[in-house]
Design a protein around this ligand. Structure first.
Ligand SMILES: Nc1nc2c(ncn2[C@@H]2O[C@H](COP(=O)(O)OP(=O)(O)O)[C@@H](O)[C@H]2O)c(=O)[nH]1
Ligand SMILES: [Mg+2]
Length: 366
């Protein structure tokens, strides 16, 4: 999952490390290093700032061993200049950041998201955080970590808690274009809920496509759930409404309402979604798209959210996606969180989305 992007991120780390090393002063004897540091610190402003930064680090209360016994000597400060934590300059970052931007865009990360990531990385690497890390590698790692998390975690909420606290039945409507995995995700979510003690009923609002009733009925039968459906051509809002009535009468916790996945540009479909909103007033609308669709998925998420406001997204087929662009971009672009990843065709292949976990796996060694 997302291996292509992972490789590209580790490329950035290597780039920065290489560039930073080039800047390292060649072997100097102790006094020469000290002198050059002292000279630099008085001559130009940026160097003076850095010297101050070193001073702060050395004097930190959380006990550097060397700060305990005696104040850091000029030599120690000079040596700090030669370590990764303070020698990264704006110009060292220029090329790696450019390459990182290209890598993100190639991985289908949306432009504004890539820009935001770059901005955060630049800020973190040149700003405060560099005083708290030891090596260039660590600095890159922590900057990338924060920059990715910043865009990926937008809008996150605890889905299970939301279900637990909502008045029952909770109605969830699934939107998205055809073939992305809405119906499969409904079946998976029904199983996910059952595993946590919540009963659910499916309501087939896809009254448009021939064979839609049969397909979802098969899932319902396999899982032992009730399915509410009307004949093909019926009113989707009416089917989901019946689902809610059924759930209320039978003490069912959650109604999972499917919809037809016609083109997001279809006015017809959008007015259908509006009607569902009006008639059923769902507790949640989840947008479903496939991670493999990359940039297209991001654009559709935005358009669906504009037409019938979504509460979150499910990204399916993450098992087949190496770019990771959609997983990184959807939340930032829509302001609504990714809640689940579909990771296969089995009913258990639905994973609660955990931004921190994703970031760690993107930056992980293996
Ligand atoms: N590999 C993989 N396939 C999936 C996933 N989710 C759905 N699919 C497959 O995608 C196809 C379309 O799914 P379907 O639920 O009918 O899409 P819908 O038209 O949006 O309702 C089916 O063959 C599913 O088995 C997933 O997470 N991973
Ligand atoms: Mg379907």
């Amino acid at each position: 999952m997302f291996d292509g992007l992972k490789d590209k991120l580790s490329g950035f780390r290597e780039d920065v490390e290489e560039n930073a090393e080039v800047e390292e002063p060649a072997e100097q004897d102790e006094s020469a290093a000290a002198e050059s540091a002292a000279a630099e610190s008085t001559e130009d402003e940026p160097a003076a700032e850095e010297d101050a930064a070193v001073g702060e680090t050395g004097g930190d209360a959380d006990g550097d061993a060397d700060a305990d016994d005696n104040e850091p000597s000029t030599f120690q400060r000079a040596k700090a200049f030669a370590t990764g934590r303070i020698i990264i300059e704006e110009e060292d970052l220029e090329e790696p950041l450019w390459d990182l931007e290209m890598a993100l865009l190639e991985s289908d990360v949306e432009m504004s998201v890539a820009e935001r990531i770059l901005e955060t990385v630049r800020e973190k690497m040149l700003g405060e955080s560099r005083k708290q890390v030891e090596t260039t590698g660590e600095l890159v790692e922590s900057a990338l970590h924060d920059a990715l998390l910043d865009v990926i975690a937008v809008g996150q909420f605890d889905f299970e808690e939301r279900i637990a606290e909502a008045e029952k039945p909770v109605t969830i409507v699934f939107t998205g274009v055809n073939g992305v995995g809405k119906t499969t995700s409904i079946a998976k979510l029904s199983e996910w809920l059952a595993d946590r003690g919540y009963s659910s009923v499916m309501a087939n609002g896809d009254t448009y496509r021939a064979g839609a009733n049969e397909q979802i009925q098969e899932h319902a039968d396999r899982l032992g759930r009730e399915l509410i459906s009307h004949d093909q051509g019926g009113d989707p809002a009416a089917v989901i409404y019946d689902g809610v009535e059924y759930a209320a009468a039978n003490d069912i916790d959650v109604v999972l309402g499917d919809t037809a996945g016609r083109l997001h540009t279809s006015d017809d479909l959008m007015s259908q979604l509006e009607k569902i909103d009006r008639v059923v007033d769902p507790d949640m609308t989840l947008f479903v798209d496939e991670a493999v669709a990359g940039q297209d998925a991001v654009n559709r998420a935005k358009e669906f959210n504009d037409a019938a406001e979504i509460d979150g997204a499910i990204l399916t087929k993450a098992d087949a996606d190496s770019s990771g662009g959609a997983a990184i971009s959807v939340a930032y672009v829509t302001g609504k969180p990714i809640l689940f990843l579909g990771t296969g065709q089995g009913y258990d292949d639905l994973t609660l989305f955990d931004p921190e976990e994703l970031v760690e796996s993107l930056l992980g060694e293996d």
